[in-house]
Design a binder for this molecule. Structure first.
Ligand code: NI
Length: 191
């Protein structure tokens, strides 16, 4: 396994729609190796998720994992999940304002609405289908990753650009208020 370079905003690959994998492609050594490398890259960078576009591959593969993440200490734990050809649909109109960052948008965070109850369908790395309901901040993380596969960055969804902040200024001026609000939210919805 190896840690891959992460492409940053401005690189056209982040704006491309990644394509679905066939079961033969998914089983290939090239894609299985890519999945291993994406997991290692996500962990090395301290990300909660990583999509293939971010390492320059336009295939519909993303990985996500939250485990005492210092970038996002308020996020509930989420076991390592490999998402192949994922689709997400909101189950209702309920949303929450989430302050997000992205490994491909170094330095910036901002607030945007995410659906909090979603239906997630995907194949795992062995090609087995999954059909799950995900809620809360985990649902937000998964929407962020599927957005990447559609060429969408969190900045595109920031409704009030005055919420944009560097990580340093987030820590100084916004972190406590956001964590208080979002912790009350996660306590209420349970994830
Ligand atoms: Ni991202």
């Amino acid at each position: 396994m190896s840690v891959l370079g992460i492409f940053e905003i401005g690189h056209p690959v982040l704006r491309e729609r990644a394509h679905e994998l066939t079961s033969d492609e998914l089983a290939s050594p090239r894609i299985q190796r890519l999945i291993d490398d994406m997991i290692e890259t996500m962990r090395a960078a301290g990300g909660a998720g990583l999509a293939a576009n971010q390492v320059g591959q336009t295939v519909r593969v993303a990985v996500a994992e939250v485990d005492d993440n210092p970038r996002y200490p308020y996020k509930p734990p989420f076991p390592l999940t490999v998402l192949v050809n994922p689709t997400i649909e909101p189950l209702d109109d309920e949303t929450v304002q989430i302050n997000e960052g992205c490994l491909s948008v170094p330095g910036l965070r901002g607030e945007l609405p995410r659906s909090i109850n979603v239906r997630l369908r995907y194949l795992d790395r062995d090609g087995a289908p999954h059909d799950e309901v995900r809620r809360g901040l985990t649902a937000g993380t998964l929407q962020h990753e599927v957005d990447h596969l559609d060429g969408v960055l969190f900045l595109d969804r920031v409704t009030d650009r005055r919420t944009l902040t560097t990580w340093e200024q987030f820590e100084r001026f916004h972190r406590d208020e956001f964590v208080t609000r979002i912790t009350a939210f996660t306590d209420r919805v349970g994830s």
